[in-house]
Design a protein around this ligand. Structure first.
Ligand SMILES: [Zn+2]
Ligand SMILES: [Zn+2]
Length: 758
């Protein structure tokens, strides 16, 4: 006889791991126990014949549940005692010894549960929160570890006898499923008017679907927060929703009834289909069909639309009595605030926005927005990493055993913990510009540290002295003696890209809207050489004036004025567009006066150049959401060709951007908008590519990469990849971490880990 004790680390709680261990242990005729530990790991002790013990150990890794992840198994062979009569799942042990395990993300409804939801003979027929060990919310309902019902928001619902029976039955799919519930004992759903009055209905969910179809706006509580929902066919509710959300143009995500419905208005490639139906169930950016027939107010001026599939029973049931193929399903968050998660808060804050509320009575522990992903030529890029991903770890090439933290920048913030070759990121926090989001980041970060059991010894933060995240890092340092490491914005992006692909050196192209430069000026179109010891800025886009600083970000015509300040005819051109400025002619005159000043703020931002071209082409005069002018330029360029084919103009590492802006300006009206938009993107991409490739050759570096918010641009990414391929260099793009500022914390934590090492 042999006794083995295994400590399993990874994602092994909340994924049906104990029931799985129970099954393979009993199948191998072993006795002993399995239990959850307070550090998110699992402990197994087995006794049996040497053969069956070793078979058990190998099956543990090969047959593990699909949503589990094993990082490490520490096996010891103590002397056997013969104390066990059988194999049991025993009470969890709250001790926390081994950092680095973590709970799973939320998992979309599985096929078995979906089948039961629709089966009239099943006792969970029509039960909107049907789940099993393979599916259901995890991250959003777990308050503390180890993962057991009393430490989740399911604690408010005592299991009925039948649910308890299933929970205790080793042969049942719900054996030890902590979220098990039914209509008798689980959360219930209520439809209410905007004043909070309950609407009498036998079928509140289907009734909500009918209301949506008729043009009402409904706030719907899901697993991780509230959505605002509306019809996708009627324009009136969409416009009304936009007004109340202060999102005049921002694309709204939709939830399609099923794949077939999604295909009726968008193109779905096989890779996209796989993403949409995965247990993550993210919002996937799909190309609109040429006969796109949903309201044009859903994603105005864009060639793509964000589509997800239902991920709870509740979502599926919304479509039962409505003929809508898709519903608008956008996070309910007041401007610059996190997604709303509590019922009281929703009723208080959304009553003037919506017509009805569809709420349930289970509390949300962690708020969590939907994730956003896109696929380009088969390569996927996560644009927002949140529900379905957080807090699952990302393998990362970071040295040593140090634990480090990154806290992000100012926009699209996340926090990230790096420990023992794995990065754990929080859900999407948002723009940390209000007290509410600041608070949310603090909570989510502390929660993540608690879940992973990591105690960081250093925190990476931005160079910007005034960011809230800088303040947060200071606070953490004061509290616990963490070392603070300021990391330059674009270097953090590049370092993240290196760590994601495990390369030692790279010439990185980092393009975005704004980042605080090493010299304190505004950067955003950078060529950066980085290796294990640090970074060097080796090139950048030409500096351009930003008249009115932040105002130039909001009103791209100001960028046009700055870039073309020496161009004959710019004065008249601006005056012809005076009604595009909030203060009309007076403002134009002020801008022209400022142009002659010698104290203008300057920027190398790639985003601002794209914005200017977008304004010249009449695509966007006011930025109402982050990236709007550049996104509309990209959409306009789709289907265009490079008619200008300008040679890149580079001088001592500086990429001339005037030449392309001037050329586009001169050709408006003579060539199509689509071709000019394409040509402009092409020039910028080819120039960046040439600069990076030349540098890589000079330095003997084998990889070039593209990162930053502009790396979301498909056409620029494709051009850069083609150029790198042609030059025989490896081209790296983000696949597991967002290229935009959502990935910044990852790069910061990686750089901090490297300095902890040395
Ligand atoms: Zn299930
Ligand atoms: Zn029940």
């Amino acid at each position: 006889m042999t006794r083995a004790r295994l400590i399993v680390k990874g994602i092994v709680q909340g994924v049906g791991f104990r029931p799985f261990v129970y099954r393979i242990a009993t199948a191998n005729k072993l006795v002993g126990f399995v239990r959850n530990l307070g550090d998110a790991g699992v402990e197994v002790v087995v006794e049996g014949t040497p053969d069956s013990v070793s078979r058990f150990i190998s099956e543990l890794e090969t047959d593990r549940p699909p949503t589990s992840l094993i990082h490490q198994v520490d096996t010891t062979y103590p002397t056997e005692t013969g104390e066990f009569q059988e194999f049991q799942i025993i009470k969890s042990n709250e001790s926390r010894v081994h950092a680095g395990s973590v709970i799973p993300p939320d998992i979309a409804i599985c096929d078995n549960c979906l089948r039961e939801l629709r089966d009239r003979r099943d006792r969970r027929y029509d039960y909107f929160f049907i789940t099993c060990t393979d599916c259901g919310p995890r991250y959003t309902i777990i308050d503390a570890l180890p993962y057991d019902r009393p430490r989740t928001t399911m604690k408010d619902f005592e299991m009925c006898e039948r649910c308890l029976g299933e929970y205790k039955d080793p042969n049942n799919r719900r054996f030890h499923a902590q979220t098990v519930a039914c209509a008798e004992c689980g959360p219930s759903v209520t439809l209410a008017t905007r004043d909070g009055k309950r609407v009498d209905s036998m079928e509140p969910i289907r009734e909500a679907g009918r209301l949506l179809e008729r043009g009402y706006i409904v706030a719907i509580k899901g697993n991780g927060g509230f959505h605002l929902a509306s019809s996708t066919l009627l324009t009136e509710p969409v416009v009304r929703l936009r007004k109340t959300k202060f999102r005049l143009q921002k694309p709204l995500a939709v939830m399609a009834r099923d794949l077939k419905a999604a295909r009726s208005f968008a193109e779905v490639t096989p890779v996209e289909e796989k993403l949409m139906t995965s247990y993550v169930r993210p919002i996937v950016l799909l190309r609109k069909r040429s006969d796109f027939d949903l309201s044009d107010q859903i994603a105005p001026g864009l060639h793509n639309i964000g589509v997800m599939l239902p991920y709870t029973g509740l979502h599926s049931m919304l479509f039962d009595e409505a003929s809508e193929r898709a519903l608008v399903m956008t996070s309910a968050n007041p401007p610059d605030e996190p997604i709303i998660k509590d019922n009281e808060e929703a009723f208080a804050r959304l009553k003037d926005v919506v017509d009805y509320f569809l709420v349930h009575n289970r509390k949300i522990s962690q708020r969590c927005d939907d994730s956003v992903i896109r696929s380009l030529d088969g390569t996927t890029t996560i644009l927002r990493r949140s529900r379905g991903y957080a807090p699952a770890p990302i393998p990362v090439a970071a040295p040593g055993n140090a634990c480090t933290l990154g806290v992000g920048g100012q926009l699209n913030v996340t926090s990230c913990v790096v420990y023992q070759g794995r990065a754990y990121m929080t859900q999407h926090i948002g723009d940390v510009e209000t007290l509410q989001t600041y608070q949310f980041q603090k909570e989510a970060t502390r929660h993540l540290l608690k879940l992973t059991g990591c105690v960081p010894d250093a925190v990476g933060r931005d160079l910007h002295p005034l960011f809230s995240t800088t303040k947060f890092a200071d606070e953490l340092a004061q509290e616990s003696g963490m070392r603070i490491l300021p990391v330059q914005h674009h270097y953090a992006h590049v370092a993240g890209l290196m760590a994601e692909h495990n390369v030692d050196e790279i010439v990185g192209i980092c393009c975005d809207g704004y980042g605080y430069g090493d010299d304190g000026s505004a950067w955003g179109g950078e060529i950066i050489f980085a290796d294990q010891s640090g970074h060097k800025r080796v090139g950048h886009l030409e500096e351009q004036p930003m008249i009115g600083a932040d105002l130039a970000t909001k009103y791209p015509l100001r960028m046009v004025a700055g870039i073309l300040r020496d161009h004959k005819g710019i004065t008249d051109w601006l005056l012809q567009r005076e009604d595009r400025f909030p203060h009309g002619r007076e403002e134009v005159n002020m801008i022209l006066k400022q142009l002659r000043s010698s104290r203008l703020p300057w920027t190398t931002s790639c985003g601002r150049v794209l914005d200017a071209i977008s304004a010249i082409l009449g695509l966007c005069y006011e930025r109402t959401y982050e990236g709007e002018p550049a996104m509309k330029l990209e959409s306009a360029a789709s289907g265009g060709k490079d008619v200008l084919n300008l040679e890149p103009v580079l001088k001592a590492g500086v990429i001339d951007t005037n030449v392309i802006v001037r050329e586009v300006f001169a050709d408006v009206g003579r060539m199509t908008t689509s071709d000019l938009a394409y040509s402009a993107q092409s020039y910028i991409a080819r120039s960046l590519g040439e600069s990076a490739i030349t540098t890589a050759r000079e330095l003997g570096v084998k990889s070039v990469g593209f990162t930053g918010g502009v790396a979301c641009n498909e056409s620029i990414t494709r051009t850069l990849k083609t150029a790198a391929d042609k030059a025989g260099l490896r081209f790296l793009a983000h696949e597991t971490v967002p290229p935009g500022d959502g990935g910044l914390s990852f790069g910061q934590a990686v750089v901090a880990a490297r300095t902890s090492q040395s």
